[in-house]
Design a binder for this molecule. Structure first.
Ligand code: C5P
Length: 230
């Protein structure tokens, strides 16, 4: 049985490599994230194959942002695949349109608050209002929940703060930026260990490189699973 609190990011270039990795990971991993980097490499076909042939759950990380009508149409099309999670940016008009597009389907809409790669200087460059990033993240998460988001994507360091929001009751928190103790950080800056992220209120953790770039990905996944089950 897989422990679906762990979502493995299939950040490999194409569907064939994604499938090979999923086969190496076998039954211990039941939930995969497919992102924009694999869109032209057969990402949607891989999502379907993993769901239908292998019984896996899929998080499609598209981070959609557009006018409401386009978001609704895009989400309606994607939700037909019965994906588990789909990401959109957390602006209320985007979240409302995405919820509308997903109505009657099982796909849960997860809102991106502020990309974890951005710092205050980036927000200034993008003309985003003044304020500390954690405060803006909390405000955007609250508004996304009010607009109907089933959950949010957040850095593990923001998980506890979001979990404490009254609007977060019954909603999901999904955290990338997770590193087992001693693992290479790569470009992630605001990280926590898998156990810390879950203890702080995350429902799912997304782990990429510490698994797919490991010499033995299946062992790396098992190590994370045993850490979170200790
Ligand atoms: O390799 P690593 O564990 O850093 O991968 C994390 C995954 O989560 C990547 O697919 C990355 O695109 C995604 N992600 C992230 N930070 C966000 C949103 C998504 O790292 N804010």
């Amino acid at each position: 049985m897989s422990d679906d609190r762990l979502i493995v990011a299939l950040d490999v270039p194409n569907a064939l490599e994604g499938l090979q990795l999923a086969e190496r990971l076998g039954d211990s991993v039941g939930f995969y994230k497919i992102g924009l980097g694999m869109l032209t490499g057969g990402g949607l076909a891989l999502a379907n194959e993993l769901m239908q042939e292998h019984g896996k759950r899929i998080f499609l990380d598209m981070k959609l942002f557009d006018i409401g009508a386009t978001i609704e149409a895009a989400v309606r099309g994607l939700a037909q695949f019965d994906l588990d999670f789909l990401t959109v940016h957390g602006d209320p008009h985007v979240v409302r349109a995405a919820r509308e597009g997903a109505s009657g389907r099982q796909t849960k809409i997860l809102a991106v608050t502020i990309l974890t790669s951005l710092d205050r200087a980036d927000l200034d460059a993008g003309l985003i209002k003044t304020g500390d990033i954690p405060d803006l993240v909390a405000e955007r998460a609250g508004r996304a929940f009010e607009a109907g988001a089933d959950g949010v994507i957040a850095s593990p360091q923001e998980a506890a703060m979001i979990r404490a929001l009254p609007e977060a009751k019954g909603r999901l928190i999904v955290t990338p930026g997770v590193r087992p103790a001693g693992a290479a950080l790569g470009d992630q800056k605001r990280v926590a260990t898998p156990a810390q992220a879950l203890n702080d209120g995350a429902d799912h953790i997304v782990v990429g490189r510490p698994i797919w770039a490991a010499k033995d990905p299946a062992q790396a996944a098992r190590d994370i699973l045993s850490e979170i089950n200790e």
